[in-house]
Write a protein that binds this ligand. Structure first.
Ligand SMILES: *Cc1c(COP(=O)(O)O)cnc(C)c1O
Length: 522
């Protein structure tokens, strides 16, 4: 064989495509990596210690008879294993992360530095409270910022995610109804069709019945449908409404909606996951909200996805504040302490949601973010987030179909109307993988056909936005022309087009060692 055959794969891609040019210029440089059980060997170890001398086994009859079966690797093998795995992940530190509704913004390194300070990182929740006054003060100060930014009088800090915050707010509503003696009759919660799935799930979890409200042709709550749901009111517990909503639009009738719900004797739960679009500009308390969770891991830049735990503090109105869960921090002049029991001053609390006080590390990161931005900086966050989303919409609207007329808030939403017959949203998403991008949120919200929801956030530069738009507009044009090769994408990813239904229905979750006989035969 001559030199020619070396390093020259012929027709490496499915569908007979012999070479693939990408718009981004990125191409797969992916290392193969098997499971650690397959690359490791139980007899190998990363340390070389002299055999212990003069020690006696004191385990008696409980000594392990067989090896643990855990894989052994040398240090460089272990480092490479995890490095290679990390390269199979998409990350906000790698590129624009367009997932709509998720607010995948940059996590400032200053936050990380503050969270690692020993006074925050090395304390324990069971330490005497007088030894952690600084940590309690930080929780109290963060609570003050959250109340100020939302215009709400109270906040429950302990919920550990957005969905957990929803649970907190809806349990507070249920407790308020119990106090009114109406918990058995007021069961109906109105939820718009575009809502995040966690909203109806939370309502049902709390024993309510979900009644879906239609969206109008402008992507907002259909007021006629809402009013028809309020013809009888004595069974209304409340509404769960997202603002800006999951179509990326401000609910323009929100004040009237709040008034209608209150007149019906119900409470207004606002899903605040999209607070990034309005922080520093709109105070939900002024809109008549009774409870709203805030995703610190979205609006206030604490890492999420694979990067860390969430945190979902829930602000409460005067009507719901007495029912806030324990524990909470109070400052009584002589120092800070946690109110731990649902008795005395907290006798009306609906209970407790977590073992301790919440996600301390995320509290430190979120407050660092607020203090480093300042009030004017937080306002600019919202303005720039909205500007970036509308820039994307403006750049792509000639090749893709915006789902609604007019400007969006923090995310741009497109339908699949521009694609040729047979080409679907998923084909566009898979082609983005070849270009080195994580796809946008797909097929959500459900009210838009083949939805593509793109949220760039304020932390992307114009240059990054242009790079993303250049890439997506080429794919969109191919989709509009009915380019069949899109159906085979991704060509450059380590995994090609998967059977997603099978993967969801029959996931392989457990590694089984090969049969000894098979090993011997190899
Ligand atoms: C992210 C999100 C949630 C849920 O928040 P988690 O922290 O993932 O539990 C709820 N509603 C909306 C609109 C969201 O975007």
């Amino acid at each position: 064989m001559g030199m020619q055959s070396i390093g020259r794969p012929t027709a490496p891609f499915a569908g007979g495509i012999s070479d693939v040019e990408t718009v981004s210029g990125s191409k797969g440089l992916m290392q193969r990596e098997d499971l650690i059980f397959e690359v490791g060997d139980p007899d190998k170890t990363g340390v070389d210690l002299p055999a212990a001398k003069g020690t006696k086994n004191r385990l008696g009859g409980v000594t392990r008879k067989r090896g643990s079966g855990l894989p052994g690797l040398s240090e460089p093998e272990a480092v490479r294993h995890y490095m290679r795995l990390s390269q199979k992940n998409y990350a906000i530190d790698l590129g624009l992360f367009p997932l709509g509704s998720c607010t995948m913004k940059h996590n400032p390194r200053l936050n990380e530095k503050a969270a690692r300070m020993p006074g925050f990182a090395d304390i324990h929740p069971l330490q005497p409270q007088r030894t952690v006054q600084g940590a309690l003060e930080l929780i109290d100060e963060l609570a003050t910022w959250l109340k100020t930014l939302t215009g709400m009088p109270a906040v429950a800090m302990s919920p550990k995610a957005g969905a957990h915050g929803e649970l907190c707010g809806m349990l507070a509503i249920r407790q308020a109804l119990i106090a009114r003696g109406e918990a058995e009759t007021r069961k109906r919660v109105l939820v718009p069709a575009s809502a995040h799935g966690t909203n109806p799930a939370t309502a049902i979890q709390c024993g309510f019945i979900v009644d879906e409200i239609k969206a109008n042709e402008r992507g907002r709550v259909d007021m006629a449908d809402l009013k028809s749901k309020l013809e009888t009111t004595d069974d209304i517990a409340g509404i769960m409404l997202t603002n800006p909503n999951t179509c990326g639009l401000f609910e323009t009738d929100i004040k009237e909606i709040a008034d209608l719900i209150h007149a019906a004797g119900g409470y207004f739960y606002c899903d605040g996951a999209n607070f990034n679009a309005i922080v520093g500009r709109v105070r939900p308390g002024d809109l008549g909200v009774d409870a709203m969770h805030i995703n610190l891991h979205k609006t206030f830049s604490t890492p999420h996805g694979g990067g860390g735990p969430g945190s979902g503090p829930t602000v409460l109105s005067d009507a719901l504040a007495p029912y806030a869960p324990v524990p909470y921090v109070v400052n009584e002049g002589d120092g800070f302490h946690l109110v731990e029991e649902a008795e005395g001053e907290a006798a009306e609390a609906f209970g407790r949601m977590v073992a301790f006080h919440g996600q301390m590390g995320m509290f430190v990161r979120a407050l660092t973010y607020m203090l480093s931005h300042g009030a004017d900086g937080l306002q600019q966050v919202a303005e720039d987030a909205v500007l970036n989303a509308n820039y994307i919409q403006a750049r792509l609207k000639s090749v893709m179909t915006p789902a609604f007329d007019g400007y969006f808030m923090h995310e741009a939403l497109f339908s699949d109307a521009f694609t040729a017959d047979g080409i679907e949203t998923i084909d566009i998403a898979k082609a983005m993988l070849d270009e080195g991008y994580h796809p946008m949120t797909m097929y959500f919200p459900l009210v838009v056909h083949g939805a593509m929801l793109i949220e760039p956030t304020e932390t992307e530069s114009k240059q990054e936005l242009d790079r993303f738009c250049d890439m997506l507009s080429v794919i969109a044009e191919r989709a509009a022309q009915g380019d069949e090769t899109l159906k085979g994408a991704p060509y450059l990813a380590p995994m090609k087009r998967l059977d997603e239904t099978q993967a969801a229905r029959k996931p392989v979750l457990k590694w089984v060692p090969p049969e000894p006989a098979a090993v011997a035969a190899e």
